[in-house]
Design a protein around this ligand. Structure first.
Ligand code: FAD
Ligand code: EGU
Length: 467
């Protein structure tokens, strides 16, 4: 790192993207007294009325909270703003609801936070540092990753400006421009997968009494196989509902009548709570958004460029981990730069360590998507869940269910996945052993029965002999 050769000189870091991950990363670099320039394509969201973009609120869990804590923002964001969710509330088709706690001892919970508020608090925290400059309405259009040179287009005036930095951090989301420049690097691997499902967001307003229309402090879920809704609470006592379904099914719902019929078939209990008028308005006001998963490697170019967050590992949202994983990226990066004091070495290590874990959570999220779509209603799947919970209850330190290690620990995602493989193997062998045992017992029983009936037969058919 340059600070080593010349302790007086600070590193010049350019962060591309002032979303959740870019702005947290800026906080970390500011904390280490580096010179930071953050470039964001949108205008300052703190000044704008409406912010276009994805998901209004998100679930924040242990990994994200830990990263926020290291920059001193956990108290404001989690304790004062976040709405605790201690479990899921499952809505059945007949309108009945069933809570399932995340932590049966009720110690741990996740939090619903507003994306916009989170982003605003992070931006304001950055501005408190004299060594950080925010540049809004700056869209990166090209970059030379080795030389650290960048070209931006100013979105208000259309003029282009050129900048230089020692280190470029690409935190510009799933459709990253920085990553596009990685594509030309030799040995850079990339893959993306769109899933069949898309989503729309709906709003469930507070009830007549001004209170939450559904039981607060839960993540509400309407699992319906190929369709699903999820609701997270907002500060203003409304709920943001996300409806997931295949894009072709969205297309088929092309009139208010068809929409209301669909809802009364699949989510009848939600209609009076959302309100027919609101439902129709929200549903038809936006096109459904698509969902994709992105894997690539490596995440760095020498000691001069790195991609983090969705730019490096976008995932489908079915584990509630995208932002949490991106926040964990920031913490790991900070840790490695401190440890090695040598940028090329730290970035190389980041790529190696993070790639394994990021690809694991991308896979887990995708697997969960397939599982929910295909398995939720299958009996063997429900039985497996019961067995999992029973074993967790019996062996809380040994048998930790996958969602618990993902959501409430910072065990590497890859290790969580391997732990699950191990559990699957144990269960498979137990089922096999039980099967063998049951077969053996049947065989013994059958043998005994044959023997018994042979004896009886002998008695009946040869009365004289026995007598
Ligand atoms: P982004 O949030 O996409 O930010 C990228 C920023 O870069 C944007 O501000 C953009 O304007 C800017 N930018 C882009 N291109 C340029 C350019 N060329 N020049 C300058 N700036 C640029 N995660 C969770 O942890 N929990 C959840 O509950 C959860 N729910 C989700 C629900 C849905 C429906 C979806 C789609 C995602 C969900 N996620 C969740 C994932 C989460 O939204 C993302 O992982 C997270 O937003 C990634 O942050 P980011 O900063 O990497 O990218
Ligand atoms: C999807 C969209 C419940 C916010 C996965 C659980 C999600 C979130 C679950 C979205 C589900 C699904 C988990 C959390 C969370 C559950 C989890 C998914 C938040 C396995 C704003 N998922 N999500 N699993 O266990 O571990 O509650 O949009 F419906 S939080 Cl899909 Cl813990």
């Amino acid at each position: 790192m340059e600070t080593e050769a010349d302790p007086g000189k600070r590193l010049k870091v350019a962060i591309i993207g002032g979303g959740l991950v870019g702005s947290l990363s800026a906080c970390y670099f500011a904390k280490r007294s580096q010179n930071v320039d953050l470039y964001e394509y949108r205008e300052d969201i703190r000044a704008s009325k409406h912010v276009r973009g994805r998901s209004i609120n998100l679930s924040l869990s242990a990994r994200g909270i830990r990263a926020l804590k290291e920059v001193g923002l956990d108290d404001q964001l989690v304790n004062h703003h976040g709405i605790p969710m201690k479990g899921r509330m499952i809505h059945n088709l007949n309108g009945s609801q069933r809570p399932i706690l995340y932590d049966p001892r009720s110690l741990q919970c996740i939090y619903s936070v507003s994306r916009r508020y989170l982003n605003e608090v992070l931006l304001t925290a950055i501005e408190k540092n004299f060594n950080v400059n925010l540049h809004f309405s700056h869209r990166l259009i090209s970059a030379n990753l080795q030389e650290g040179s960048m070209t931006f287009q100013l979105t208000d005036t259309n003029e282009t400006v050129h900048k230089k930095a020692d280190l470029i951090i690409g935190a510009d989301g799933a459709f990253s421009t920085v990553r596009r420049h990685f594509m030309k690097q030799p040995m850079f691997n990339f893959s993306q997968t769109y899933i069949e499902h898309g989503y729309v967001e709906l709003c469930m307003p507070p009830g007549q009494d001004g209170e939450f229309a559904m039981k607060p402090n839960y993540l509400h879920v309407w699992p319906r196989g190929n369709f699903m809704m999820i609701a997270l609470p907002n500060q203003d006592r409304s709920w943001t509902i996300t409806l997931f379904m295949p894009l072709s099914d969205f297309e088929a719902l092309d009139s208010p009548t068809r929409l209301l019929k669909f809802f009364s078939q699949h989510f009848p209990d939600s209609i009076p709570l959302i309100g027919k008028h609101q439902l129709v308005t929200d549903f038809f006001s936006t096109k459904p958004s698509t969902l994709l998963s992105i894997k690539c490697s490596p995440y760095h170019v020498g000691g001069s460029a790195l991609i983090i967050g969705d730019a490096a590992h976008a995932m489908v949202p079915f584990y509630g981990q995208g932002m949490n994983a991106g926040f964990e990226d920031c913490r790991l990066l900070d840790q490695l730069i401190l440890k090695y004091e040598d940028m090329p070495v730290a970035l190389k290590e980041f790529s190696a360590v993070r790639n394994r874990d990021a690809e694991a959570i991308c896979d887990l999220a995708m697997y969960n998507y397939l599982e929910m779509r295909d398995l939720v209603n299958r009996r063997s799947f429900l039985l497996r869940k019961k067995v999992d919970n029973l074993l967790f209850w019996l062996l809380p330190n040994i048998w930790v269910p996958l969602y618990l290690s993902v959501t409430f620990t910072d065990i590497g995602y890859r290790e969580c996945m391997e732990n699950k493989f191990w559990q699957d193997k144990v269960i498979r062998q137990a089922v096999l052993a039980l099967g063998v045992l049951a077969t053996a017992m049947c065989a013994v029983g059958f043998f005994q029965w044959c023997k018994a009936s042979f004896d009886v037969d002998a008695e009946v058919s040869n009365p004289v002999q026995t007598a």
